[in-house]
Design a protein around this ligand. Structure first.
Ligand SMILES: *[C@@H]1O[C@H](CO)[C@@H](O)[C@H](O)[C@H]1NC(C)=O
Ligand SMILES: *[C@@H]1O[C@H](CO)[C@@H](O)[C@H](O)[C@H]1NC(C)=O
Ligand SMILES: *[C@@H]1O[C@H](CO)[C@@H](O)[C@H](O)[C@H]1NC(C)=O
Ligand SMILES: *[C@@H]1O[C@H](CO)[C@@H](O)[C@H](O)[C@H]1NC(C)=O
Ligand SMILES: *[C@@H]1O[C@H](CO)[C@@H](O)[C@H](O)[C@H]1NC(C)=O
Ligand SMILES: *[C@@H]1O[C@H](CO)[C@@H](O)[C@H](O)[C@H]1NC(C)=O
Length: 453
């Protein structure tokens, strides 16, 4: 039996919304049972003025640390790890070397194809969508099966992403399997990435006879296998990319987040032999300060840093691994940008209260951007992947998913805790406006992946 993770997401992005009162307290109670995974439980959504977050990082000098150095027999972080002491962030930074000569032309999807497939609009298309039926996918998750859990408006399944200046390649499961023949495709990240992995498995499984495919039991690494293609589609639970105390796929409800900011080695040992890697990381950094336990630290002493600063360190350790280990012709690496949340209805309908609950249509206004997508994080990711040149392809899902306020499970999913009469009386209070119904938005993320493979 596992416990839910508690996340409070700082709504720190938008200055202009500073007048937004400390509106409401959302409870999204997600209980992880034997085969569920990462969950975000929104306890409190509040404004964190930028200056508070940044002050923690004001340090006059930096020390640079080389990440991913093999450690001796020192222990590995897990759910029972703790900090013996906590001091302010020392200012240590990750030193990694990117931008080798050949990589200057970043494999930026948009430039390569002279069409920005991430810029476009949603078009209602009930002829070709959904790409599979919810009930036909034996690997569907009860947290994402919205129809099964009572959602009766099904338009959310019927939207096609239409880039402005070109068409997306049409999804073709057999063609995708041919690309995967003899290969390992691995998704690495948090529950959003897990949703994308389930979407991919659902998209792919129908063309494989039941006795020629298999799924391993839920674990940190879960593997879907198709015999005749000698191919696997895998998911590795690593919500913070680097080694952390939250690496158990089921039991990660902990009062504090502790990371090893200078090491991805624990996870890279599992992902290094994959041929195609799809990473994400974002929401777990939005829960407030993070404890850092550097590899060289002998006595369990920690430093504390705000989420964005900690994410930058983790991305640095990740980038170091990519820069030193990835040969673009041999391994294809993708990074999926932040998945938006829809907790503030006032952002798309001025003056109204509520969240994604009861939303049945996408947002029409082109360029809409909500406070769930942090611009400072986006800039940091942008800078990081630019430094990796052609070694990483960005799947920039943020803008297109921003439009899909209708795509979240809200109340139509399995909740692992009994809901109180009070909650039931106010459905918005426990709505899941983070994850995405399937079939739905993550299918399009996978079509984009297919487009670039
Ligand atoms: C950490 O820094 C803040 C200001 O930057 C200071 O107020 C606080 O006392 C420091 N805490 C410790 C434990 O040094
Ligand atoms: C598709 O949508 C149109 C317009 O909403 C509707 O008239 C039609 O019956 C739908 N077709 C299917 C197959 O659901
Ligand atoms: C299956 O794929 C793996 C790589 O994932 C490869 O090492 C192995 O040789 C392949 N086996 C066959 C029979 O092709
Ligand atoms: C914490 O400190 C105690 C006493 O100083 C020490 O015995 C223990 O090993 C330390 N814990 C870790 C994880 O290093
Ligand atoms: C849900 O939306 C419908 C139509 O937009 C509206 O009539 C209804 O009052 C809404 N329900 C709640 C609980 O907000
Ligand atoms: C993703 O797209 C947005 C525009 O929608 C852009 O501002 C951002 O820089 C892009 N991010 C990356 C990492 O390419």
């Amino acid at each position: 039996m596992a416990l839910p993770l508690t996340v409070s997401i700082s709504n720190k992005w938008s200055r202009k919304k500073r007048h937004f009162p400390l509106l409401a307290v959302f409870f999204l109670v997600l209980l992880a049972c034997s085969f569920i995974y990462i969950e975000f439980s929104i306890q409190q959504i509040h404004q964190s003025p930028d200056h508070v977050l940044h002050s923690q990082r004001q340090t006059s000098s930096f020390t640079y640390v080389k990440p991913n150095l093999p450690k001796g027999a020192s222990d590995v972080l897990d759910g029972s790890s703790s900090c013996n002491s906590t001091r302010n962030y020392s200012g240590k930074k990750i030193r990694w070397v990117g931008k080798d000569a050949e990589s200057n032309q970043r494999r930026s999807i948009s430039q390569e194809n002279s069409c920005d497939v991430f810029s476009g609009k949603w078009v209602f298309d009930n002829q070709s969508y959904p790409l599979y039926k919810e009930s036909d996918c034996p690997y569907m998750s009860d947290q994402l099966a919205c129809h099964k859990h009572g959602r009766s408006d099904l338009q959310y399944q019927h939207w096609r992403w239409q880039p402005h200046n070109c068409n997306l390649k049409r999804w073709d499961a057999t063609e995708m399997w041919e690309k995967l023949r003899g290969k390992r495709l691995m998704f690495v990240g948090d529950s959003l990435n897990r949703g994308q992995w389930i979407s991919m498995v659902c998209l792919l499984q129908s063309v494989i006879p039941a006795n020629k495919r298999s799924m391993t039991p839920n674990a940190q690494l879960t593997i879907f296998r198709a015999e005749e293609y000698n191919a696997t589609v895998e998911f590795l639970w690593a919500p913070l990319l680097v080694e952390s105390n939250s690496d158990d796929p089921v039991n990660h409800r902990l009062s504090e987040r502790i990371i090893r900011p200078d090491s991805v080695l624990k996870h890279s040992a599992q992902w290094e032999h994959a041929d195609i890697l799809v990473f994400n990381s974002y929401l777990w950094w939005r829960q407030g300060p993070v404890k850092l336990q550097w590899s060289g630290e002998e006595n369990g002493a920690c430093e504390e840093l705000d989420g964005l600063g900690a994410m930058e360190l983790a991305m640095g350790a990740w980038a170091d691994w990519i820069a030193s280990k990835v040969i673009p012709l041999k391994k294809h690496v993708f990074f999926v940008t932040m998945s938006p949340t829809h907790f503030w209805k006032g952002e798309w309908e001025a003056g109204s209260k509520g969240n994604c609950y009861n939303e049945t249509r996408p947002i029409d206004r082109e360029g809409h951007w909500g406070s769930g997508s942090d611009l400072a994080t986006m800039r940091m990711v942008d800078k990081m992947v630019s430094g990796l040149g052609s070694k990483v392809t960005v799947i920039n899902i943020t803008q297109l998913s921003e439009y899909r306020k209708d795509g979240h499970p809200s109340i139509y999913r399995k909740f692992w805790e009994t809901l109180s009469p009070q909650q039931l009386g106010n459905p918005a209070s426990y709505s899941d406006c983070i994850h995405w119904c399937l079939p739905g938005v993550p299918d399009v993320w996978n079509e984009l992946l297919f487009h670039f493979l």
